[in-house]
Write a protein that binds this ligand. Structure first.
Ligand SMILES: *[C@@H]1O[C@H](CO)[C@@H](O)[C@H](O)[C@H]1NC(C)=O
Ligand SMILES: *[C@@H]1O[C@H](CO)[C@@H](O)[C@H](O)[C@H]1NC(C)=O
Ligand SMILES: *[C@@H]1O[C@H](CO)[C@@H](O)[C@H](O)[C@H]1NC(C)=O
Length: 476
């Protein structure tokens, strides 16, 4: 198993495992050609290592235990491998009650090799090959939570990276526990009324541009600033963030992200003076949509958007945003915005979804209705706890299937393997935000970022060394 990129990744991880395999306690395993097979029966009845759980002290949640799985000592354990993320208030371990039954969520790495530890949970941003708990145990699922774009971890947007995992929760609708609408609290958020157009016309007369840009994270792989810089040559854009800044926010408090968050009411009131908001995501991935898209809609502005290529699928109706990629050039886009800026009737058509019954996209409505987590909703779990329960339920089902199979192999097939797919982190190769690669000047800072994308992966995938035109030639 040394050929192909997967082999390369696993070989690399294998080397690193020398440093990573520090688990205490007995381990029953044997090596076969670099891969590990776990030789332990499903229920740990034959072999049970001394319990690390016994030593960590377990908080019990106040809810009544499910009948049948009363002993915490027998519950499946979900180990949060990423140190920063443990969605419980105190202690290292907590019993959680989910739809199918209970599990123990833990962040104590000493339980890594416990036979009851059925799943390892990773946070994508923190995932490093050098920290992966190897050798991998065959009875354990690897579960990935990664709501962010590949800006935070390029490894995962490549097949061999994502296929390390069994269960995923990402922005993609194809992931096992999708978070595509992670920034949209609900339909009421979209329906907020539009400020009177006369007010905005008045701001325009006082010298405000039709377009707002508010971005302080410059030179990202989506290469958004080069597009905006070109657009600015054709239509006025007021830019308040660090990228292409040409204006100052009205108060020092608002300029400091430490004192004013993006949900600050005063900041929102200020932003809503603009009719159009440039909304460009930091990376281009199917179903990766953030507050950059939803916030202008909340404020009754029209997003001028570049981000998820599949964004149309999620819009409240088919006429609610302007897609940058529908225009052949920044100049053409500028002409269209100028046209809408001067035609209130045409402009208001973009906000028709705010009228009663105006949200006609059934896919959006269904997705909001059926998601089981909420955003700041006291009645619903957050998606961290939701994903934890999703994994718990999955493992309980897998245990039951293993048991049934052990009892009667002919009647019950062994549980199917479940491996994450590239569609769970679906990001095409980055391309220049404007123009062709050849046209990017050698000293353009965004080019460095684009090249970094290649350099980051060089140890896993060959990048052509032949110069700029090959900067994107990363083999997925
Ligand atoms: C948008 O939807 C309306 C009503 O559902 C339909 O009549 C119209 O043709 C659609 N427009 C486009 C551009 O798809
Ligand atoms: C989990 O994924 C790995 C590949 O990443 C695979 O070898 C293994 O069989 C999967 N386990 C389950 C239980 O599906
Ligand atoms: C890049 O180089 C050009 C000339 O080659 C120069 O005019 C420009 O100022 C440089 N830009 C930066 C950001 O250094």
């Amino acid at each position: 198993m040394a050929d192909g990129p997967t082999g390369a990744v696993l070989a690399l991880l294998g080397v690193l495992s020398v440093y990573a395999a520090s688990g205490s306690g007995p381990v029953v395993e044997r090596e076969t050609g670099g891969e590990t097979e776990w030789a332990e029966p499903w229920d740990g009845a034959v072999f049970r290592p001394p319990s690390a759980l016994g030593a960590v002290g377990m908080t019990r949640s106040p809810r009544t235990p499910q009948p049948g799985r009363e002993e915490a000592g027998d519950l499946p354990v979900l180990l949060w491998w990423s140190p920063g993320l443990f969605p419980h208030f105190s202690g290292d371990s907590e019993r959680i009650e989910c739809a199918r039954g209970a599990c123990v969520a833990s962040r104590n790495r000493r339980v890594l090799r416990d036979s009851r530890t059925r799943a390892l949970l990773f946070y994508g941003t923190d995932f490093r090959a050098s920290d992966a708990p190897l050798p991998r145990l065959a009875h354990q699922s690897w579960a990935l939570l990664h709501e962010e774009s590949p800006l935070n971890n390029f490894l995962l947007s490549h097949g061999p990276g994502i296929r390390l995992f069994n269960l995923t929760s990402t922005f993609s609708r194809h992931s096992d526990y999708p978070l595509s609408l992670q920034w949209l609290p609900g339909t009421a958020y979209l329906r907020r009324p539009v400020p009177p157009l006369q007010e905005r016309a008045e701001w325009r007369r006082r010298g405000y541009a039709p377009l707002l840009y508010l971005q302080s994270h410059c030179d990202v792989p989506a290469d958004r600033d080069r597009y905006v810089r070109e657009l600015m040559r054709h239509i006025p854009v007021d830019s308040y963030g660090k990228c292409l800044q040409n204006r100052e926010l009205p108060a020092a408090r608002l300029q400091d992200t430490a004192t004013a968050t993006t949900e600050d009411p005063e900041l929102l009131a200020f932003l809503s003076r603009y009719k159009f908001h440039l909304a460009l995501e930091n990376a281009i991935c199917n179903d990766y949509m953030t507050e950059k898209l939803w916030r202008p809609m909340h404020l009754g502005a029209v997003p001028v958007y570049r981000g998820s290529p599949s964004v149309r699928d999620w819009m409240p109706n088919n006429h609610s945003i302007i897609l940058i990629d529908d225009f052949e050039s920044p100049q053409k886009l500028a002409e269209f915005i100028d046209f809408l800026d001067k035609n209130d009737e045409e402009y208001m058509k973009y906000l028709a979804y705010k009228q009663p019954g105006g949200i006609t996209n059934q896919f959006l409505l269904d997705s909001l209705k059926h998601r089981e987590w909420g955003l700041n909703d006291p009645l619903l779990p957050n998606y961290l706890n939701g994903f934890e329960c999703f994994v718990c339920d999955h493992e309980l089902a897998r245990l039951d299937a293993e048991k049934a199979h052990a009892a009667s192999p002919s009647d019950s097939p062994s549980p199917e393997t479940h491996i994450a797919q590239p569609s769970h982190m679906d990001c095409p190769m980055p391309t220049p935000g404007f123009g062709n690669v050849e046209e990017i000047p050698e000293n353009d800072s965004s080019l460095v970022q684009v090249r970094d994308h290649c350099i980051c992966l060089r140890f896993l995938w060959p990048c052509s060394e032949k110069g700029r035109t090959h900067s994107y030639a990363v083999v997925p």
